[in-house]
Design a protein around this ligand. Sequence first.
Ligand code: AMP
Ligand code: MG
Length: 263
Amino acid sequence: MSGLLLDIFKVHCRARRQHVKTFLATHFNGQCVCVRTFQTYSSLLAARKKMATQSLTVERKSQIKEQYFDYFLILDFEATCKENEKIYPQEIIEFPVIKINAKTLQVESTFHQYVEPKVYKELTPFCTQLTGIIQDMVDGKPHLEETLQSFDKWMLDNKLLGADTKSLFVTCGDWDLKTMLPSQCSYFKIPVPKYFGQWLNIKKGFAEVTGSYPREMMGMLSSLQIPHQGRHHSGIDDCKNIGNILVELLHRGYVAKASCSNR
Ligand code: AMP
Ligand code: MG
C-alpha cells in the first residue's frame, strides 16, 4: 500500500451525509488510499500520535558502537593562500574546533578564532574568495601564539586535558596537523602542544566504512547523502560538515581511532 493515509472521523462524515465510497471517489479518484475510521476524535488523535512516535523510532537503524574516546574535536584550519602559487610562510587565519560528545553525538562547545597573519598581512582576493574571510575579519585579531594559548584555556575549561578524559582530533586530510600547524610553529619558533600529536583523518574512516577512498569533503557528503551546510572553505562550516560525516559513520558502526601521528 502506498499513497495516502486517510483518517475518517465517522461522526463528521455522518453529519455531512456522505458515504465513504462516494467521498473517496470524488476526492481521491484512482489514488491508492488507506482508510482508517474512528468513532471519536480523541481516538483519531491518539492513533496519529502513536504513528508519529513509531515513525521516529524506525527513521534510522543506528548501529553505534562503544567508542575509545569521550570526545571528538573536529578541526579545520583556513590559511593564507595564492592562486596556483605556494606561499611561504603560510599562516593560519581561521582556527575552529567543535567538541562532540562521543556518547550523545551532540556538539557541546565550540572554539572559533580568526587569526591575524604576521608576514603576508594582506589577504589575496583569491584567499577571500575561497574562504569568505575578508581583511577586517583578521586585522587586529590575535596572532597564532596567543590563539594557541586561548585554545589551551578552552581545552582546560572543557575538561579535555585531564588524564581520565580521552579526546580525538578529527580533520579532513592530514594537512592541518601534519603540515600547516607544525610548519607555522616551526617558522615562528612556537612549541606545538602535545595534544595535536595525533588525529583521525576522516577520509580513512570513510574508506573503512564505505570501501572507497574519497578525494575531498564534498564527495563524502554527497556519497553519504548528507546536505552540505554553510560555505565550503569556511573553517567553522567545514568543521560542521566534517562533524556530520563523522556522526553518520558512527551511526553506520564505525569505531573511531587515530589514523596519523606526529609523536
Ligand atoms: P580547506 O580546509 O579545504 O578549506 O582548505 C584549507 C586551506 O588550504 C585554505 O584556507 C587555503 O589556504 C588552502 N587551499 C584550499 N584550496 C586551495 C586552492 N584551490 N588553492 C590554493 N589554496 C587552497
Ligand atoms: Mg576548510
